[in-house]
Design a protein around this ligand. Structure first.
Ligand SMILES: [Zn+2]
Length: 321
């Protein structure tokens, strides 16, 4: 399990650690170069004089530049880069806070992406960068747009969803045959959101029923996460063992998330007609009326995307909260 706050903590710890290492290196350099220590003292005395009004600011700036140049020369002569004694942040864009102008900084994004590679490999290998629409047919015979174009449109819609994620919630029903890319697309969305430090949880409908149904044996963290995650992905709807009990559990989760305006993606091989026939009208109407349906066409090539077998899907695929 991966928690966003843990990632943030380890990110900040890593920056702290890098800073400590730099301080140690800087102290070692200064210890071996007494000339540089003297020059640094001279520079601070210069500024004291300036603050006391004994010398002008212009003179102080000019003199301290000269001293800095001498410091740099002496450091280089001693085999060090002049930057070794600078107190600059490691990431100048965000000053090592991870955020810049209210957005996640590149340095934190790549740190999170790195952490994600330790997770279920689906999330590291399935993201928009490796999305390949060419596995869908571009044939338009008998239809207004090709399968390829319709999947490209789904992708564009998902990118808008991610863009607006902080401002509005949305829920999607991904339908389509096995291997049509529903889980892949859901993973792409999850990857983007987790990279932005958004809480995401992905699990199969079967696991959802298990977690929410087995009070006591399931961890409270997991059942809380089902409600707390900003995006919940419920995969393989229809494989959970369909009955009134499982239906009511899924209904409660879906309905609660709709009421609390949290986004949910449900993926299923069931057609909308089957959903209407199989499930209780209350759940069917939530899925068919409150969710936006995205129909995925079959791919032309044999499923190149990893598809978990039913046996394997019985666990939380990934969770970042
Ligand atoms: Zn940064």
């Amino acid at each position: 399990m991966l928690y966003i706050q843990d990632i943030m903590k380890s990110y900040l710890d890593s920056k702290k650690q890098q800073k400590i290492e730099r301080d140690i290196a800087s102290k070692a350099a200064l210890a071996s170069l007494p000339g540089v220590r003297k020059l640094l003292k001279l520079k601070s005395q210069l500024w004291m004089k300036c603050l006391a009004g004994e010398i002008s600011e212009e003179k102080c700036v000019a003199d301290s530049r000269k001293i800095e140049a001498r410091i740099a020369r002496e450091l280089r002569a001693g085999g060090y880069e002049p930057s070794i004694i600078e107190q600059r942040p490691i990431c100048e864009t965000c000053s090592d806070t991870g955020y810049t102008k209210g957005k996640v900084c590149k340095c934190l994004k790549s740190y999170v992406a790195n952490e994600l590679t330790l997770l279920d490999n689906s999330i590291q290998s399935e993201n928009f960068e490796v999305f390949d629409a060419s596995i869908y047919s571009d044939d338009t015979v008998g239809k207004s747009i090709s399968d390829r174009e319709s999947v490209i449109a789904i992708r564009a819609g998902m990118e808008r969803f991610i863009e607006d994620f902080d401002d509005k919630s949305a829920s999607f029903l991904f339908t389509g045959p096995t291997g049509s890319g529903k889980t892949f697309m859901a993973n792409c969305v999850a990857f983007e959101l987790i990279s932005q430090c958004k809480p995401v949880m992905s699990l199969s409908a079967r696991t959802l029923v298990e977690i929410m149904g087995s009070y006591g044996s399931a961890s409270f963290e997991d059942s809380d996460a089902v409600y707390a995650s900003d995006l919940l992905i419920i995969d393989d709807l229809g494989m959970e063992g369909i009955n009134d009990y499982s239906g009511s559990i899924i209904y409660n989760v879906v309905n609660d998330r709709l009421l609390s305006q949290k986004s949910t993606i449900v993926a299923t091989v069931l057609a909308t007609k089957e959903i209407a026939n199989i499930y209780h009208p209350s759940l069917a109407s939530r899925l068919l009326n409150s969710f936006s349906t995205r129909r995925f066409p079959s791919t032309t090539r044999a499923a190149r995307h990893r598809k978990l077998s039913n046996g394997e899907s019985n666990e939380i695929r990934y969770q970042a909260l």
